[in-house]
Design a protein around this ligand. Structure first.
Ligand code: GDP
Ligand code: MG
Length: 737
């Protein structure tokens, strides 16, 4: 008898692993469905019949392929740590789908006991499940339990201890995969056994099947172990793969999946499951799905839900957002009146408060949006949305689960790519996830909206709503086409099957919702506190230094003095005292001085580093119709798109521009000879599609790598510039301006 038994919990997501884990170990922890939260396995300890057991909660997976990080973690753990017993939790109310994973455990040859969970649910649905029959057919112990109440858990532990003690060797189960595949399996096994290829870690048959499933990790491991054997096996696989494609038009992995399901069906239909009610009686979830995933009503309902989400988000966050704005405004005012004029003051106000405030101001909005999304996710509706959109997204090399990241990023205008990028974690295939991650920044996020509003308002004021709709559609079309482009070049690879389960509808718990909301909001806040702070100080410096030379400064000062001198002394004195009710003359003087201030700001900007960058870019940017002023704004937009409108304001000597009241800047652009409709569209296209803002880039790097983050900056900018040039050149040629 070993002193401590090692045990692993494994099963599909939502099968009840965490619930059982908590039952067993008493550990208090979060039970939730947020994918990615349990990528690291959890450890716990318990005693049963005086025996010590160390137990590990593996991430939930639907299969054991290399589609996702969770699957790799689970697989590597079983192979490398070799737990003495694996408790496979199976959702009894969803038996066939859950046994798919069981089949793969059996092929891997791990010592296993099945915990047939959710017996209460199965019972409520009128299913009768014969555990002994299942145990007999699979030839492994099966213990029915209700993890939530703890029923059957003692028996489960006894059965598990017995498996561990007996050191039962589980021969790999020979599921038949059809003549073509079976012949190749035999041939591969022969090669493996001759060369002792990977046999110390994996059963030969398992290796053969993984190769036939085109498992990337296995192909890698194989090549490292022995190049020659690996090549031989890959050739065998290639041959049968060509054959099945020719004869059946499918890859071997699809045939394997089909046969596994067939095998499971044949077991389950041998009297394991019987329905107490008549078989066509629909369960509540299925009944709801009849309507909610209906071909016609489904999409309609989906649009209504998404629209409702936006309504909810914007109307509920309006008030807190305005509080925050007022708060930051107040803070700015305090600094304005306490600090002496100078660089420090300018940096704190323009760099720190405006920059960080601009981002933190979005927090309530993001919080409400995430809360709404958490409701959709926890209730099970999000899975239906993914299911419905999968067919369309598949055409572009994406997955149904890409929908939410797109919507969060501004798919209906007004989201944010940062949470959008984070939301791609629900995607299980690394390539589909990368393609989604790289294209979500194309959506019209909340920071791009003021620019859209400004330019559409200035140049297409007759059809604002239509143009807004047009640019939203354009974002989608471009994002999907770019995804297609990526998926057929740098991210080429087969689509993953839609294996996401439609979980039964559940009432979300408030605690779960709050935890989900908080986790994501906090990530956003952390970004604002660190990255954004750095960027906005840098940007402030770029736009402030090296400042104007003494000569120019003096000439502005001179002009001011001349203007003041042209007015009677009382008028100037009245301005000095900053009376609230100014006389007409004083007002005139004030306006003239303001004009000089603005001209000075413009000149300072032109002479700043940012201004010099803008000017030197002019030779290239002019083929897309952008002059140096636009360039500065666009360079600023690399840091944060919020900056674009305010920088344009300074560059066109409009002084500080309030984002909500950008009409005067619009009029200014309308009158400017450098701007017309064609330039406006070219600028919009560029702004919509060029490099994501820096926070998004950092996020992309965190979620993938700096290589991809850099790629997204370069790719998007080149792509956007090309589009802008085409728009400008063609538009100018056709005299559309
Ligand atoms: P995991 O994803 O495998 O960790 O699954 P969880 O432990 O998070 O369980 C998913 C959901 O199923 C939770 O809402 C649990 O409360 C619920 N659940 C787990 N076991 C049972 C059970 O035996 N009966 C019922 N009715 N619900 C259960
Ligand atoms: Mg869990």
């Amino acid at each position: 008898m070993t002193s401590q038994i090692t045990m692993a919990l494994a099963g599909n997501p939502n099968a009840g692993k965490t619930t059982l884990f908590n039952q067993l170990t008493g550990a208090r922890q979060h039970v939730g469905n947020y994918p990615g939260i349990t990528v690291d396995h959890k450890e716990g300890r318990l005693e049963h019949k005086g025996r010590k057991i160390a137990i590990t909660d593996l991430p939930g997976t639907y299969s054991m392929t290399a589609y996702s990080a969770e699957e790799l973690v689970a697989r590597d753990y079983l192979v490398n740590e070799k737990p003495q017993v694996v408790v496979n939790i199976v959702d009894a109310s969803n038996l066939e789908r859950n046994l798919y994973l069981t089949c793969q455990f059996l092929e891997l040859g791990v010592p296993i006991v099945i915990a047939l969970n959710m017996m209460d649910v199965a019972n409520d649905r009128g299913m009768e499940i014969k555990a002994e029959k299942l145990a007999q057919l699979l030839d492994i112990p099966v213990v029915p339990i209700v993890a939530r109440s703890g029923k059957g858990v003692d028996e489960l532990m006894s059965a598990a201890l017995q498996v561990a003690d007996e050191r039962r060797v589980f021969s790999s189960r020979d599921i038949p995969y059809g003549d073509d595949i079976d012949e190749t399996i035999t041939a591969i096994i022969q090669k493996i056994e001759e060369a002792q290829f990977l046999t110390h870690t994996y059963p030969a048959r398992y290796t053969a099947i993984k190769y036939l499933e085109n498992d990337e990790q296995f192909i890698q491991i194989g090549r490292e172990a022995s190049r020659t054997v690996a090549m031989d096996i890959e050739q065998l696989v290639e041959r049968v793969s060509e054959h099945t494609q020719k004869t059946l038009d499918v890859y071997p992995e699809a045939i394997i999946a089909d046969h596994r399901y067939g095998y499971i069906k044949s077991i389950v239909r041998q009297g394991v499951v019987t329905h107490k009610f008549d078989s066509d009686r629909l369960y509540t979830s299925d009944k709801i799905d009849k309507v909610l995933t209906n071909r016609l009503l489904g999409p309609l309902f989906m649009f209504a839900v998404i629209f409702g989400l936006y309504q909810f988000t914007f109307s509920w966050s309006e008030l807190p957002v305005s509080w925050l704005e007022e708060g930051f405004g107040w803070l700015g005012g305090v600094v304005e009146s306490t600090l002496p004029e100078g660089l420090l003051k300018s940096m704190i106000i323009s760099g720190v408060i405006d920059g960080v405030g601009g981002v933190l101001g979005f927090v309530p909005l993001i919080m409400f949006m995430f809360f709404g999304i958490a409701i959709l996710e926890d209730s099970g509706y999000l899975a239906r949305v993914a299911f419905m959109m999968d067919r369309i997204f598949r055409i572009f090399g994406l997955h149904g689960s890409s929908v939410m990241p797109f919507i969060v990023s501004g798919g209906i205008a007004g989201g944010c790519a940062v949470p959008g990028v984070m939301a791609t974690r629900t995607l299980r295939s690394p390539k589909e996830r990368m393609a989604t991650l790289l294209t979500v920044p194309f959506m019209n996020c909340g920071a791009k909206l003021p620019v859209l509003a400004l330019l559409i308002g200035a140049f297409f004021s007759d059809n604002q709503a239509q143009y807004m709709f047009l640019f939203t559609m354009l974002a989608w079309v471009v994002a999907l086409l770019a995804a297609k482009l990526l998926r057929s070049t740098v991210l080429r690879g087969a689509p993953t099957p839609f294996v996401m389960e439609l979980p039964p509808y559940r009432f979300p718990t408030l605690r779960g919702l709050l935890i989900h909301t908080w986790e994501r909001t906090w990530q956003y806040i952390k970004k604002a506190g660190t990255v954004i702070l750095g960027i906005s100080i840098l940007l402030w410096a770029l736009m402030t230094f090296p400042g104007m030379d003494q000569h120019d400064l003096a000439s502005f000062e001179n002009t001011r003095e001349n203007i003041v001198a042209a007015y009677p002394a009382e008028v100037a004195a009245e301005l000095e005292q900053s009376e609230t009710e100014l006389s007409e003359a004083a007002q005139k003087l004030q306006n003239k001085l303001l004009e000089i201030d603005n001209l000075e700001a413009e000149a300072t900007l032109k002479n700043s580093f940012a201004g010099r960058i803008g000017t030197s870019l002019e030779s290239v940017s002019s083929i897309a119709g952008f002059d140096w002023r636009t360039n500065i704004a666009l360079v600023g937009g690399f840091a944060a798109k919020e900056v674009i409108v305010s920088t344009l304001g300074t560059a066109y000597s409009m002084g500080e521009v309030d984002v909500e009241e950008s009409t005067s800047l619009g009029e200014r652009l309308q009158r400017d000879s450098g701007w017309n409709k064609v330039v406006a569209v070219a600028a919009l296209v560029f702004i919509m599609f060029y490099a994501p803002c820096f926070v998004t880039v950092v996020c992309i790097a965190k979620e993938s790598s700096w290589k991809w983050a850099t790629f997204s900056m370069v790719f998007n900018t080149v792509f956007a510039f090309t589009m802008a040039v085409i728009v400008f050149q063609v538009g100018t040629m056709l005299h559309l301006g």
